[in-house]
Design a protein around this ligand. Structure first.
Ligand code: FES
Length: 184
């Protein structure tokens, strides 16, 4: 006695084949319609965690006037007159997504209670400047821009001093605020 099902039970009927094809078409159309919605919902998160995360150090930060104060470190840990490079995790909000991006800055203690925080990007074309201890200058490797320890242009093509962030010193801690661009 054979247990094999009759061929009519195995082969899909024409009606079943048509229904399967229709199901596939409806599924494809649904996916096509859902794609823009998914990009809208999750695009900011993707940008914040991949592109922003990967390139956060190399793209000049966008001024974000309402961003909260972010702790940079202790005042006591800063050597007066010697800029120190550090990375600060700055909070960002894109739509309803909140995340942080690493922002490289130079922190300079200028007095007992005063601190200056410079953006690392040259004001000519955005290359990161480096502090040269021996020369006592910020040097830009791209086109020879030179800035003094106060961020003022000494030579080269940069059109203005290094940009600065707002700074608050509170209880021995240093906090960084928004980027202060010219005219803001
Ligand atoms: Fe710095 Fe051109 S980018 S001098």
């Amino acid at each position: 006695m054979s247990s094999t099902a009759p061929e009519s039970e195995i082969k899909p009927t024409r009606r079943e084949a048509v229904m399967s094809a229709l199901g596939a078409i409806v599924g494809f159309i649904g996916a096509a319609l859902a794609a823009p919605l998914l990009v809208f919902l999750f695009g900011p998160a993707v940008r914040g965690t991949t592109i922003g995360g990967l390139l956060g150090r190399s793209i000049p930060p966008t001024p974000r006037p309402r961003e909260p104060w972010t702790r940079v470190g202790d005042l006591g840990g800063l050597q007066q007159g010697e800029p120190t490079i550090t990375t600060v995790q700055m909070p960002v909000q894109e739509g309803w997504i909140q995340s942080t991006v690493p922002v490289a800055v130079y922190v300079l203690r200028t007095g007992a209670d005063s601190v200056t925080i410079f953006d690392v990007h040259c004001t000519h074309m955005g290359c990161p400047v480096t502090w040269n201890h021996a020369a006592g200058r910020f040097l830009c490797p791209c086109h020879g821009g030179v800035f003094n320890s106060d961020g003022r242009v000494l030579s080269g093509p940069p059109p203005r001093p290094l940009d600065r962030y707002a700074v608050r010193v509170d209880g021995g801690a240093v906090y960084m605020g928004a980027l202060q661009l010219p005219g803001t």
